[in-house]
Design a protein around this ligand. Sequence first.
Ligand code: FMN
Length: 436
Amino acid sequence: MTAPAEPRAGDPGDRHMLLGANVYDFGTDAGAWRMPGTGPQDNLTARFWRHAADLAEQGGLDAIFLADMPGLAANPALRPNRMVEPLAALGAVLARTERLGVIATVSTSSNDPAELTTRLATQHVLSGGRTGWNVVTGVPAAIERDFGYRSSPGREDRYRRAEEFLEVHRRVMEALASGRRWSFSGQVFDYPEQDAPRLPESFRAALAATPPLIVQAGGSSQGRELAAATAETVFAAEMVKEAAARNYADLHERAARHGRPAPLVLPGIHMVLGSTQEEAERRFERLTELGPRDYVTRRFEHMLGIRLDQLDPHGPAAPQLERALDVPDGGSVGFARAILSYAASREITLSALLRHFSGFGHQFYVGPPEPLADIMEDWFRGAACDGFNILADANPSGLRLFVEQVVPVLRERGLAPAEPADPAEPFAARLRKARR
Ligand SMILES: Cc1cc2nc3c(=O)[nH]c(=O)nc-3n(C[C@H](O)[C@H](O)[C@H](O)COP(=O)(O)O)c2cc1C
């Protein structure tokens, strides 16, 4: 009798896929805030976040994830965008839920590690162990001004700061949990030996049991190395399954070199759903009409550092982008790589690529539930991911469509749990345990 084959990295066996909802306020599509029934300031109300929380928890999702770019990261004349600070908004979600996890994006480039750690620890203990911190290093040009940067720190500097930031975070979290003194001395941060803050024993015990989950987003080689050395979950930008599977295996190898289990990988997937293909296409057309003209092309140019008017729209996308690509140092190599891999895998023209770019570097899907579940199942069983971060086209309607139409299909296939998660095993501990 041959021994059972060692599970390949990513072979899910009987595991369920993890499902996060990336609630980009009104939705991923630039026209989402103008969808019927949406008010331009809905996301500034606790009601909006309670509703998103109900949909996610009752729909059996694992977490609500909030991206963030502090400062005026996008032109509000184009679309109201991420107007709420993630930790505050997720406080409303936690107050409304029992099991759902929350993951807040906070940049290491515009915060202090010791101060942030006490904020994260407080929210984590109040939530009963249901929080995660998505580590990003972004300093898009718009943020330079708001945080008084004399010049935008390059990728190397940002990641060097992020490495030290995470080590300070780890030491402060340990001091909060143990009560022991702590210090840190590095190139970026310097904290003399000091007492841990005085805390009730119950607070310390809660942190010692399970600290906040460390998530990471940034797909450059520096980003992948940071994830392998410190993260427990990665929010990834992937548009092609084969590239995602290669990156998944690479992350497993990198983590093994650090003697750690690999982080769970959740690529984003931007979706426009309908009960039929026609219905979904109509929804997408409507959202595009409601959005600012040429929003997608301008975002495409900005993310890749190119000028479309200097390229041939009817020519092959991949060779033109390879020559022209100039990812801004404040931008994301991870997203650029995902877009290039899509262009190369399908040998499409630049204008055809733009149509698929409506996911802004994430996988983009327009159609009914079943084929979407096929794609998700294929990636999950194909060692390309451990689940997904759902990017609904418009919230809450798009999130509701996913919960009502796609989750039941995933459950039928055994890919999503039929029963809600056991609240006795809090979110952060459950995901930490799911790594391999
Ligand atoms: C999937 C994904 C999601 C990201 N989300 C954010 C975000 O919410 N806020 C932010 O400031 N940067 C975000 N970033 C960007 C990176 O964290 C940041 O710009 C980094 O410096 C560059 O990323 P890179 O390693 O991909 O070059 C994201 C990157 C990726 C790949």
